[in-house]
Design a protein around this ligand. Structure first.
Ligand SMILES: *Cc1c(COP(=O)(O)O)cnc(C)c1O
Length: 233
């Protein structure tokens, strides 16, 4: 029987990595939330990782959240990190603690409607399409600001920050300018003080580039491969 030794080692390595970068740049490691990305990972492995201290899991498909939800240890925070269509919102609204990938009015409208129905205020991030024209997800800066304006009229939504999926570049150093740009947009929006919004979370950085992301101000990183190994699709 596999006792998932590798999970313990991988988690220790990522935590050490977070600690080492934070120390280097004078941040406190407690400022960083590690979201363990569990797409394609089996429920028993996810539960084992929760025993090893994982508090937040991220999935990119609503149907995968719905399928796994009943088998996963209660109390973990679920994050919807993938492209979200309006017609899928109602499936996940009562399960997730944060939706990272909001980038259009139609999705905002649907979240507001479904959140009102269950009498909850739902936390979201707005996804920014940072420097990647081929990527269809994410709003450009002007659209992000219109969305923030729009959410001022949505009493059941609270925007907690921004998220991006940076372009994949072989050398993580090359991703740094995109992370810097995200941080500057984040700070600018914070100064503009929209209602129903608090800029607290900057979700950026994955296995390959999370260290650079933390150096540039990420408060939440999303790590899959670095914890669970390569994915089998
Ligand atoms: C898969 C995924 C990740 C994690 O990627 P890894 O390279 O496996 O760490 C992070 N964010 C999003 C949106 C993803 O879809």
């Amino acid at each position: 029987m596999n006792n998932y030794q590798y999970l313990e080692e991988n988690l220790a390595e990522i935590r050490a990595g977070i600690g080492e970068v934070c120390q280097r740049v004078g941040r406190d490691a407690s400022e960083i939330t590690l979201v363990s990305v569990t797409k394609t990972v089996d429920e028993d492995i996810i539960n084992r990782s929760i025993e090893l201290g994982v508090t937040d899991v991220g999935e990119n498909k609503p149907q995968e959240i719905v399928r796994k939800f009943p088998s996963i240890t209660e109390g973990v925070n679920w994050h919807m990190i993938g492209h979200l269509q309006s017609n899928k919102v109602k499936k996940i609204i009562d399960k997730v603690s944060l939706i990272h990938s909001v980038d259009r009015v139609s999705v905002v409208d649907e979240i507001e409607k479904r959140a009102a129905q269950i009498d909850r205020v739902v936390d979201i991030l707005l996804q920014v399409n940072i420097g990647d024209e081929v990527q269809k997800s994410g709003a450009d800066v002007e659209n992000v600001k219109s969305l923030l304006k729009y959410v001022e009229g949505c009493p059941h939504i609270r925007v907690l920050g921004l998220m991006c999926i940076a372009p994949y570049l072989y050398d993580p150093e090359e991703v740094r300018p995109y992370f810097k740009q995200m941080k500057s947009i984040f700070d600018e929006i914070k100064r503009e003080n929209y209602s129903n919004s608090e800029m607290k979370i900057l979700s950026m950085g994955m296995t390959h580039d999370y260290k650079v992301a933390i150096e540039e101000g990420a408060t939440m990183i999303r790590v899959g491969t670095g914890i669970y190994g390569s994915r089998n699709y």
